[in-house]
Design a protein around this ligand. Structure first.
Ligand SMILES: Nc1nc2c(ncn2[C@@H]2O[C@H](COP(=O)(O)OP(=O)(O)O)[C@@H](O)[C@H]2O)c(=O)[nH]1
Ligand SMILES: [Mg+2]
Length: 669
């Protein structure tokens, strides 16, 4: 195992990391600042920080030390559109704090995250923030609303103390000590209020019962109703959190600095050692230094920054990492960037100028990584925008800039559709892509127009036709001559294009026939309705040639003429792409989701409870692609931001009526 670096004092704890996740507005950024302030200094905020805090589009990293233990704190965006940022942070942290609000009505908003943490096996503390807003509500109701979203038992660690309608403190159920909040200061120890004994005993009993499930010693005591010491609770609690077997629920008010010390102590006590996390992620302790990049940023002055977790240290500035030389290691004490010479096992730092390193990459000192550690896949896109430059001279700059944007945020993908001639950004919603466009403008000076992407309509024919075409030109000496007889017929949906040669007796010499086939296929690129023609068979049945004047080119021209005239007579029809769509919503919204889909010409196939997600449904439907552009926006506004969908192309369907106009209209600006 690599020796402990000088950064850590002999015998001192290794650096650990905590990621703050939770719905937008639950108070993650406020908690981030409160935690850092309690861990060695106020997090000073630059104006850029304030901006990113309000928008909450990117992670923020801060370092501090609590009671001598070094910690990295990662603030993450809460918006579903930026959820991949949070997922990446969760892949590298030792423990997660899920920040939520006390109102049981908000529990649904937390469900997807609780699930994600459970599936990732990530040690978790739930911090019920804004406890000052609980009023007469009961924390048990909050817990009861959250529990169905998690297979892991949620155990309440504190119960609130009330004076009238105000929550003025809490009782810690492990130590059985009572504390009174003091605004902006650590809470003060008080005597357990007399009226609280029963409630405290009941809540403590529930905690012990869960912990006793995995601890025989404790189980015996609980069954015998014997006195249990705090130490006898701490041990199984730590073990269960570390294993991810239970989720500890704490409470406080980040804005009032209430419950912050208690949360730090829980993190310090229950947060796994980084070597335990490494082993959970499949990293062995022996071997070359190894890091994993979880965020990539292109900064103007400092070049490329790769935020990385050091799974195996030490890592030194200037050292080779994954084939490039580290150009600077940055930590963020109290949120301020500071260069350091090295980072050790457990550290989360920004590494400079690792040009080839992508988000998610595992890098090893001195050579290629023997294997890549697992990393979350970006979510599938649910929203897209076609972009064009205002000034065509910027087109070259655009492709480079788009590449960087996609590198910084793998939940954005770029595609270029040659048929429709459009560059399309795919992402997680209008705010997400709007943010990308803003960054393209601010960081690359690119003025862009954006529009709904055009839908890839196709066309086909409904009638078989026989078409004769002749190309003949006499210009001075060498002329051009070709004559073809084509049968053009419809094929079944999805069967594609087929060319058949039925020439007999050398009516057309073999050498010209490929030119006919290619020209017939080429003619399908744009049919009489202006769209690519699919699912037809073209059979060359007869023809004529001239021994001097015939050529590939002449046969191609004759075929093109024949196809143009033939397709127009063959009863052409527009084909509209239809997607198979699966909408996921809390079941309160199932009916409105179905109405939304039918309102968009969707055909509902059915719905069922989402597997492993009690209280959530999946609705399946066939929906025209032309109706999907802003589906996510309406779906989210119908479902408090909770609904989502995935889609895949299903089939092409004949389209009539108003769709014709939609297909023919140029993309809206
Ligand atoms: N009442 C109350 N409001 C809070 C508390 N913590 C944060 N807030 C407020 O909640 C809002 C959202 O906070 P913020 O930290 O930006 O949330 P984030 O989106 O999760 O990062 C802000 O207006 C905060 O002032 C708290 O403990 N009590
Ligand atoms: Mg925030």
């Amino acid at each position: 195992m690599p020796e402990a670096s000088a950064a850590r004092q002999e015998g001192g704890a290794r650096p650990r990391s905590v990621a703050l996740v939770g719905p937008q507005g639950s108070g993650k950024s406020t908690l981030f600042e409160a935690l850092l302030a309690a861990a060695g200094g106020a997090a000073r905020r630059s104006s850029a920080d304030i901006r990113s805090r309000i928008m909450g589009t990117e992670i923020r990293l801060g370092h501090g030390a609590y009671l001598g233990d070094p910690w990295a704190v990662i603030d993450t965006p809460g918006s579903v559109e930026f959820a991949y940022e949070a997922a990446c942070a969760l892949a590298v942290c030792d423990i997660a704090v899920l920040v939520c609000e006390p109102s049981p009505d908000r529990a649904l908003a937390v469900a997807p995250l609780l699930k994600q943490l459970e599936e990732g096996g990530i040690p978790t503390i739930v911090f019920v923030n804004k406890i000052d807003t609980l009023g007469e509500g009961r924390i048990r109701d909050t817990l009861a609303a959250l529990q169905p979203c998690s297979k892991r038992p949620l155990v309440l660690r504190q119960v609130p103390i009330r004076e009238g309608e105000q929550i003025t403190g809490y009782v810690d159920l492990v130590s059985e000590r009572a504390y009174r909040f003091r605004k902006g200061q650590p809470s003060e120890l008080i005597a357990l209020p007399a009226g609280m004994r029963d409630r405290e005993a009941e809540a403590r009993g529930a905690l012990l019962e869960v912990l006793a499930d995995h601890d025989d010693g404790l189980l015996e005591k609980v069954l015998e109703d014997a006195a249990v010491t705090p130490e006898e609770v701490f041990r199984p609690l730590h073990a269960d959190i570390e294993k991810g077997a239970v989720v500890e629920v704490m409470l406080g008010a980040a804005e009032q600095n209430s419950g912050i010390q208690r949360l730090w102590k829980a993190l310090r006590h229950d947060g796994p050692n980084p070597l335990v996390t490494a082993s959970r992620r499949g990293v062995t302790p022996e071997g070359e230094p190894l890091v994993q990049v979880f965020k990539t940023q292109h900064t103007g002055a400092a070049g490329k920054l790769s935020f990385a977790r050091v799974w195996r240290g030490p890592v030194k500035d200037g050292q080779q990492m994954g084939g490039a030389r580290i150009g600077g290691i940055t930590r963020f004490p109290a949120g301020e960037a500071t260069r350091v010479p090295e980072a050790e096992t457990g550290d989360i730092v920004a590494l400079g100028r690792l040009e080839g390193a992508a988000t998610g990459a595992t890098l090893v000192a001195g050579g290629p990584a023997p294997e890549q550690l697992s990393f979350p896949q970006p979510p599938e896109p649910v929203y897209a925008l076609a972009v064009t430059t205002e000034d065509r001279k910027d087109d070259v700059k655009l492709s480079g800039a788009l590449q960087r944007i996609a590198e910084e945020d793998p939940s954005i993908t770029i595609s270029y559709d040659g048929v429709l001639g459009q560059t399309v950004l795919h992402g997680q919603g209008d705010i997400h892509l709007g943010n990308a466009l803003q960054r393209l403008a601010a960081n690359y000076g690119l003025k862009l127009n954006s529009a709904h992407p055009r839908v890839p309509f196709k066309e086909t024919i409904r009638k078989a036709v026989h078409q004769h075409a002749r190309h003949k030109r006499q210009t001075g000496g060498h002329g051009q001559f070709a004559d073809v007889k084509l049968e053009i017929e419809p094929r079944g949906r999805g069967e594609g294009f087929l060319f058949v040669d039925r020439i007999v007796g050398g009516a057309i010499p073999k050498k010209f026939i490929p030119a006919v086939g290619e020209a017939a296929e080429e003619a399908c690129k744009k049919g009489p309705l202006g769209f690519p023609v699919v699912d037809i068979a073209v059979t060359l049945v007869d023809g004529q040639f001239h021994s001097v004047d015939s050529s590939d080119m002449a046969f191609a021209t004759a075929t093109r003429i024949g196809m143009q005239e033939g397709l127009a007579k063959a009863d052409p029809v527009l084909l509209e792409p239809i997607d198979h769509v699966t909408v996921t919503v809390p079941n309160d919204y199932t009916a409105s989701a179905q109405r939304l889909l039918t309102g968009r010409r969707g055909q509902i196939l059915g719905y069922a409870e989402k597997e492993g997600w009690p209280g959530w449904d999946e609705v399946e439907a066939l929906v025209p692609q032309a109706e999907l552009h802003d589906l996510i926006i309406e779906l989210r506004s119908l479902t408090m931001g909770l609904g989502t969908f995935r889609r895949r192309f299903d089939h092409l369907a004949e389209a009539r009526g108003p769709v014709h106009a939609a297909a023919a209209a140029p993309a809206a600006r």
